[in-house]
Design a protein around this ligand. Structure first.
Ligand code: G3P
Ligand code: MG
Length: 255
């Protein structure tokens, strides 16, 4: 059985175009699109009332004008949060994106998504996957979707919702563990998403030789990252897709 045919882009805009707009918002995804990105990486979690939302942290203090744990607030309470003004005056009034609204926007823009199942400390991976997967699989074609996670239980549960040929799964690693192969085989992974400063060339080679696509997060300096392309890295997941693209275009012209 083959994986879905996914034309991986060279660049994936991390949390949307998060250098230019408040991360994980509808505005950040539109900004990524406007900057020429065709794929975004986004984090998904549940609110306390079970609503799936696009959010990275376990609480709302860093990226909103409110405070409190995500697990303790409801969708109704979220309506009072401004998730844009922390980033800049031009973004005030931005609302937290529901998964539903984000999926609609991704389809409107025909964008691909690397959706990270974000299991923060103390949260339930199974409840998150049970809520997220049916909507995501109903909304997006397999060619525009990678579901990724650091959490092995979340990935294993995702695999129950769709077989290898219908769903690309990405295994996230900080440092690559010794048993990386077993972890990837257990979920029939499509890709490995590695923290780029920790990835060694020998590891990248072994990953590719074992049939996995290698993606790297989160390089933001294209010249520092440059040597990694020769390692066969398929995609860089970056906060700076426009700067990265300019650098690559320039290299191509003068290379
Ligand atoms: O999916 C890549 C990257 O987003 C993983 O780390 O903490 O930025 O979600 P983090
Ligand atoms: Mg992420």
């Amino acid at each position: 059985m083959m994986h879905p045919t996914i034309n991986l882009p060279t660049l994936i805009a991390h949390r949307g175009y998060s250098a230019a707009a408040p991360e994980n918002t509808l505005t950040a995804v539109r900004a990524a699109y406007d900057a020429g990105a065709t794929w975004v990486e986004l984090d998904v979690q549940l609110l306390g009332d079970g609503t799936p939302v696009i959010w990275h942290d376990s609480d709302v203090s860093r990226c909103s004008d409110g405070r409190g744990e995500l697990a303790m607030i409801t969708w109704q309470q979220v309506q009072h949060l401004d998730v844009g003004s922390w980033f800049g005056d031009g973004f005030s009034g931005e609302k937290m994106a529901s998964l539903e609204a984000m999926l609609a926007l991704l389809n409107e823009l025909n964008m691909g998504v690397n959706l990270e199942i974000k299991v923060n400390k103390g949260r339930d991976p199974i409840a998150l996957v049970d809520t997220v997967m049916p909507s995501v699989l109903a909304a997006l074609p397999a060619e525009r979707l990678i579901v990724s996670s650091f959490d092995p239980a979340a990935l294993a549960h995702c695999r129950h919702f769709a077989p290898k040929e219908a769903l690309a799964l990405g295994v996230l690693f900080g440092s690559t563990p010794k048993e990386w192969r077993a972890q990837c085989e257990a979920v029939e992974a499509f890709s490995i998403h590695a923290h780029w400063p920790h990835l060694k060339r020998s590891q990248a080679d072994a990953m590719r030789e074992n049939g996995y696509q290698v993606l790297c997060y989160t390089p933001n300096d294209p010249s520092a990252f440059d040597s990694r392309w020769a390692w066969g890295v398929a995609s860089a997941i970056t906060d700076e897709p426009a700067a990265f693209q300019r650098y690559l275009n320039n290299q191509r012209q003068h290379g």
